[in-house]
Write a protein that binds this ligand. Sequence first.
Ligand SMILES: Nc1ncnc2c1ncn2[C@@H]1O[C@H](COP(=O)(O)OP(=O)(O)OP(=O)(O)O)[C@@H](O)[C@H]1O
Ligand SMILES: [Mg+2]
Length: 329
Amino acid sequence: MRGQRSRARGRRVAVLLEPGVLEGVARTTIAKLRRAGYITLESVAATPVRELVERTGMGEPTAVKVSHLARMMVDPGFVPAREVLERRKDMMRCTTGSSRLDGILGGGVETGAITELIGEFGSGKTQICMTLSVTAQQPPEEGGLGGRVAVIDTENTFLPERVVQIAESRGIDAEKVLNGLLVARCYNTDHLVILIDSLSRLVEEQRVRLVIVDSMIGHFRGEYIGRENLAPRQQKLGSCLSRLLRLAETSNIAVVVTNQVQATPNVNYGDPNKPTGGHVMGHACTHRVYLRKGKANTRLARVIDSPSLPEVRVRFAITEKGVEDAEEE
Ligand SMILES: Nc1ncnc2c1ncn2[C@@H]1O[C@H](COP(=O)(O)OP(=O)(O)OP(=O)(O)O)[C@@H](O)[C@H]1O
Ligand SMILES: [Mg+2]
């Protein structure tokens, strides 16, 4: 069952959670799992039992059984590294619109991972997201992921007019792009949890290949004020991020989140800003891209804390095309 491959492109596809897939598990239990957003066997296998109990309302013995069965079917345990390497070939990359920015990301925004865009206001986070919402819908041979894009917009800054401009100036059919772009306005962190719940279904049923959360941190900073609220804030943020990462890994989609910066006091030289969200954010996100304003319409990007990418700084520009390479100086 593990690693079913689609005939189209040899890509691994997830196994849908349907009655009969898990032997001896009642239809009502499957229905509960699906209602809670667990649409694939992979997502059940990757979820802690405690979370299954909390989110579906099923008893712990049932959750243990379901989790065990799902894992037996999709998780082989230890495998030779050669197989890990083979599976990584399923990974796809999406162009940001700037070949230099793609370059520091190892060729673009990758699937199976969370890419975090960090920067102060106006540093280009939302512009990169809007450009990706156009490029990701293009076929892989044109640098895209060949699927739809889902956006969770917490700041009401994801503007369809701008998406149209980016598509048209790239010679791409804007109407098609808008049809393949699903946008949810998100009002608070509880709403964010609900929207993340619904993503698994979107990914499987609507062929979503890129999920964007802009911004990941905004509502958390606004709702949880003061030191005494830091622990519950971080716990909820961590849970949202780990569910996004599981979705990225089990469905092999790309996830892009944005993060703000905060000034650290007593910094005498260098950049006084650091990413918000603390260790929870830093650990959950696979690739962290730090953005800074440059001269005129240019921006500087640097990958920080990456397990596989070097810390190189590149310059890109924000233009009517969205994001593109800056002209040489
Ligand atoms: N159509 C456009 N053409 C060229 N530049 C644009 C266009 N639209 C926006 N910009 C530029 O993009 C910048 C805003 O970037 P963006 O909205 O991505 O910032 P951000 O990092 O998301 O900031 P925030 O933290 O406030 O959300 C502004 O400098 C603006 O001039
Ligand atoms: Mg923004």
